[in-house]
Design a protein around this ligand. Structure first.
Ligand SMILES: *Cc1c(COP(=O)(O)O)cnc(C)c1O
Length: 398
C-alpha cells in the first residue's frame, strides 16, 4: 500500500516547500525588518497553486497577499490565513460588495469604483482599505498626476473608505540593466506619494516587484510586492546581470516547481518514419520514442514543437515533431532507462540535468512568467520536501 498521491496521476507538478520557504526568507533578509512583504499569488500563484503557495507563505512570514481578481481574493479568504489580501487588478463596480464581504483591500484609480465601494461598505457597516494607484510611466492602471488631488478629494468625501496606501508599477526594470527610466518613475512616485501622505500620513507606499527589490533597494518604502522570484525564478537575464554588476552578488533563488509526466508508451519506429501532425519531423535512423500524456492544452507550449527537451533518466530527450493538444513525443533512442510509466521531467531538474523555465522561455520567445503561469490548473500540485512529512496533494480517486 502506497499513499503517495503521485502514484495515481499521469502528470503532476511538485512544489518544493523548502525551496519556497528559502526564497521567502532570502527576500525577508534583503529588506529592512519593518518593510512589509507582500507575496503576489495571482494567476494561480504563477502556476504553482494558489492555495498551496499561500498556506506555506503565510506560515513562512508573508505579511500580505496580492491577487489580481475578486475570485482569487475569495479563494484565499476561504483559507482564513489571517493575512490581508490586496486586489491588484480592476474591481468591477458590481463586485464591490464581494470585496467588502471578504474584507479585501482594493487598488483604486477610478472615481466610479470609489462610489461603489463606499456604498457597499456603508451598507455592510464596514470600511474598505483602499490603495491609490498612481501613474508614473507604464500607462497601465493608475491615476494621472493632474487628477490625483481631485480623486483624493472625492475619496475623502465618501464614507467607509480608508486611504491605506499608494502604489505604482515599474515599466522598464526587468528588460534592461539601465534603470534610468525606473529611477525617473521612482522620483515621480515619491512626489505623488507625498501628496497622498499629506492627507494620510500612514499610507503605505509600495512599488517594488521582484526585480526592483533585487536591483533597486531604495524602492522598497513600506512594502514590496514579490511574485516571480518567490518561485525561485529570475525575472530576466538583465535582472541577474544588474544584481551582479551593482551588488557583486546574486540572490540564492531556488526554483520551486518541477513538472513531471509518466511515459505513456515506449516504441521503436523505423528510420524514415514521420512523427506527429503535419509530418514535420522524419526520423533519420531507427528511433525509440517515448509518448508523453501532456500537450499544449495542459500548458506545454506548442512553440516547443521540434525544439524542446524533456528529461528522462537524467538526460535530455528531444521533442520530435509537433506538440499535440494532450500528447507529445520525445526521442529516447539513447536513453535505455526509458520505460512505460517512468518519469519524465518537462520543467525542472532530474539528477544533474535541468530544463529551466528561463530556457523554455528563450525557446518560445517569451518570458519565464508566461511559461509557468500558463500551466493548466487541472494538473495536480503536490507538495514535496516538507521537513520529514511525506508528499501531499489531492486524492487521485476523487
Ligand atoms: C504581478 C505584479 C507584481 C509582481 O511582479 P514580479 O515581477 O512577479 O515580482 C507586483 N506588482 C504588480 C502590480 C503586479 O501586477
Amino acid at each position: 500500500m502506497n499513499d503517495d498521491p503521485r502514484q495515481g496521476f499521469s502528470s503532476w507538478i511538485e512544489i518544493d516547500e523548502a525551496a519556497l520557504r528559502s526564497n521567502l526568507r532570502s527576500f525577508r533578509q534583503r529588506l529592512r525588518p519593518e518593510v512589509l512583504l507582500q507575496i503576489v499569488v495571482k494567476s494561480n500563484a504563477y502556476g504553482h497553486g494558489l492555495e498551496e503557495v499561500a498556506a506555506i507563505s503565510a506560515a513562512a512570514g508573508a505579511d500580505l497577499f496580492g491577487v489580481h481578481t475578486i475570485e482569487e481574493a475569495e479563494r484565499l479568504a476561504r483559507l482564513a490565513l489571517g493575512r490581508p489580501i490586496l486586489i491588484l487588478g480592476y474591481l468591477a463596480r458590481a463586485q464591490a460588495r464581494r470585496a467588502v464581504a471578504v474584507g479585501a483591500e482594493v487598488t483604486v484609480y477610478n472615481g466610479a469604483t470609489l462610489e461603489a465601494l463606499s456604498a457597499a461598505a456603508t451598507a455592510a457597516g464596514r470600511t474598505v482599505r483602499c490603495h491609490v494607484k498612481v501613474e508614473t510611466g507604464v500607462q497601465r492602471q493608475g491615476i494621472l498626476r493632474e487628477h490625483l488631488d481631485g480623486f483624493l478629494d472625492r475619496m475623502a468625501a465618501l464614507p467607509g473608505l480608508v486611504l491605506a496606501g499608494v502604489s505604482t508599477h515599474f515599466a522598464n526594470i526587468e528588460d534592461t540593466t539601465d534603470h534610468s527610466y525606473a529611477r525617473g518613475q521612482l522620483v515621480l512616485f515619491s512626489e505623488l506619494a507625498a501628496l497622498v501622505r499629506a492627507r494620510a500620513p500612514h499610507a503605505i507606499r509600495h512599488c517594488a516587484c521582484s526585480a526592483a527589490v533585487l536591483t533597486m533597494p531604495e524602492s522598497s518604502f513600506e512594502m514590496v510586492r514579490v511574485g516571480i522570484s518567490l518561485y525561485g525564478l529570475w525575472p530576466s537575464k538583465e535582472t541577474l546581470l544588474s544584481c551582479l554588476l551593482d551588488h557583486g552578488t546574486t540572490a540564492p533563488l531556488v526554483p520551486v516547481m518541477t513538472w513531471k509526466a509518466r511515459i505513456a508508451q515506449v516504441k521503436q519506429v523505423p528510420g524514415g518514419s514521420f512523427i506527429g501532425y503535419g509530418c514535420t519531423y522524419r526520423a533519420t535512423r531507427p528511433t525509440r520514442l517515448a509518448v508523453l500524456p501532456i500537450g499544449y492544452a495542459d500548458g506545454y507550449d506548442r512553440r516547443l514543437s521540434g525544439i524542446g527537451h524533456v528529461l528522462v533518466g537524467g538526460r535530455r530527450a528531444a521533442v520530435l515533431g509537433r506538440v499535440c493538444m494532450n500528447i507529445l513525443m520525445v526521442d529516447v533512442t539513447d536513453i535505455p532507462e526509458a520505460a512505460l510509466e517512468g518519469e519524465a521531467v518537462l520543467l525542472g531538474r532530474q539528477g544533474t540535468e535541468e530544463v529551466s523555465a528561463a530556457q523554455i522561455a528563450a525557446q518560445c520567445n517569451t518570458i519565464p512568467y508566461e511559461i509557468v503561469s500558463r500551466i493548466a490548473p487541472h494538473i495536480p500540485r503536490i507538495l514535496v520536501n516538507r521537513e520529514g512529512r511525506g508528499p501531499a496533494g489531492p486524492d487521485p480517486t476523487t
